[in-house]
Ligand binder design. Structure first.
Ligand code: GDP
Ligand code: IMO
Ligand code: MG
Length: 412
């Protein structure tokens, strides 16, 4: 059986924490999209790890992790991350592999990414990791793949700067390369976890284009980015925060108003530690946007949702969530494609009672205060999707299971 874990909002939903948690019951963890633009945080026993390229299952010493074909990989960032893990006592040798179809990110792409975004009339606010340039070259059929490293003619054709950069990494990358489709086919009877990066609303097709990333962060991206067919995906799980955040530019209809809701924004940013793992930028914060969340459920055919950061709301009297948009004189209930419409959307808010109780030490859903359960169960009804897990803190152990996703699907 396998499970796909994706972001159901604008990234940073807590995918790293959830993948680390579910990895315990899997043998193989595959990251299938993005590159070093991602920052996935895992905290276990008060020790924090920030991963950008290596799948979040790596902290479990007996698991195999694979960087999939849909990724764009900066070799310098990858080997820095592997050294960081080794230096912190996490052995990686013999259990970290890369698809030979994955693309490479070169220093030149990083420069172009930063220059282009700075020159845009409406900058996207990219992470400056060369991601868009690498995916664009891939589409233009000018990219460099892991498999190309063993192809001398191709290497000879490269610009000198690129060749010199790759020289120290060629053998090391080739030593990690595998044919991912064959590998996963051979291991088809094992439990495999597919780790998404970014989130639905940053997906190139589903997201708030052009204010998106350039990879496939949607669930369907798991099939392509891991080299397996869509029928092989068993359970699609969408992670979302009890509120919303976004880093970088682009529409965000339920964002807190900088004048009237500044205090709430500061509170959430501090309590939720809402600063980017990759760039350190303060994240924009807002109410949970249920219009967007329902769109994520539909467009990814989510089997279940995982709610994170519910603990951040513990001390509030009242909690609000956006249930529709007011755009001009229209009430809009579906997530529009047009960024112009989204930019003009005013959130229609529904109010919920706060619970004034510390959720962070709870171990079972039946112990949840009724006001917290009411918020959770309203979201389930609104999105017509069950919430299978609730995270009440950043630590691995602060995770409440309502229905174990590994046990949901019956193997035929
Ligand atoms: P990812 O990119 O989706 O893996 O998420 P990030 O790691 O970028 O950001 C999520 C942040 O929230 C990290 O600092 C996590 O340690 C933290 N986190 C995850 N789940 C929870 C939760 O339930 N409550 C709180 N307070 N923090 C959480
Ligand atoms: P994880 O996996 C949040 C955002 C950037 C920018 C846009 C395009 O940690 O959830 P890019 O460098 O990809 O071309 O930037 O996408 N972005 C993310 N925001 N979490 C991420 O990843 C992100 N990866 C990219 O801030 O707005
Ligand atoms: Mg992140």
């Amino acid at each position: 059986m396998n499970i796909v874990v994706i972001g159901a909002q604008w990234g940073d939903e807590g995918k790293g924490k959830i993948v680390d948690y579910l990895a315990n019951d899997s043998q193989i963890i595959v990251r299938y999209a993005g590159g070093a633009n991602a920052g996935h945080t895992i905290v276990c026993d008060q020790v924090q790890y920030a991963l950008h390229l290596v799948p979040s299952g790596v902290l479990h010493p007996d698991k195999t992790v694979i960087l999939g074909s849909g990724m764009v990989i900066d070799p310098a960032a990858l080997f820095e991350e592997l050294s960081m893990l080794e230096s912190r006592g996490i052995a990686t040798k013999g259990r970290v592999f890369i698809s030979d179809r994955a693309h490479l990110v070169l220093p030149r792409y990083i420069r172009i990414d930063r220059e282009r975004d700075a020159m845009r009339q409406n900058p996207i606010g990219t992470t400056g990791r060369g991601i868009g340039v690498s995916y664009a070259l891939k589409s233009e059929r000018e990219g460099i793949r892991i498999a190309d490293l063993g192809w001398q003619e191709k290497m000879d054709e490269l610009e000198q700067e690129d060749r010199e950069f790759l020289a120290p990494y060629r053998d090391r990358l080739q030593a990690l390369a595998i044919d991912i489709s064959s590998y996963l086919y051979q291991h088809r009877n094992e439990q495999v976890l597919f780790e998404g990066a970014q989130g639905t609303l940053l997906d190139l097709d589903l997201g708030t284009y052009p204010f998106v990333s350039s990879g496939m962060s949607c669930a369907a991206g798991a099939a392509i980015g891991a080299g397996i067919g869509p029928r092989a995906l068993d359970h699609i799980l969408g992670v979302f925060k009890a509120y919303s955040t976004r880093v970088g530019n682009g529409p965000f209809p339920s964002e807190f108003d900088s004048d009237s809701e500044d205090a709430l924004c500061c509170f959430i940013r501090t309590a939720g530690r809402e600063y980017g793992v990759t760039t350190g930028r303060a994240r924009r914060c807002g109410y949970l946007d249920l219009v967007a969340l329902r769109y994520a459920c539909i467009s990814n055919a989510l089997d279940s949702l995982v709610m994170t950061h519910l603990d951040v709301y513990d001390t509030l009297d009242e909690i609000k969530a956006c249930v529709a948009y007011q755009i001009g004189d229209r009430l809009v209930e579906n997530f529009p494609a047009s960024v112009a419409m989204l930019a003009n959307a005013r959130p229609v808010l529904r109010s919920f009672r706060g619970w004034h109780e510390d959720l962070s030490a709870l171990q079972s859903y039946k112990d949840f205060p009724s006001a917290a359960s009411a918020y959770i169960e309203f979201i389930e009804r609104f999105c017509e999707t069950p919430i299978s897990m609730v995270s009440v803190g950043y630590d691995r152990n602060q995770t409440i299971i309502r229905k174990n996703p590994w046990k949901e699907t019956v193997l035929s």
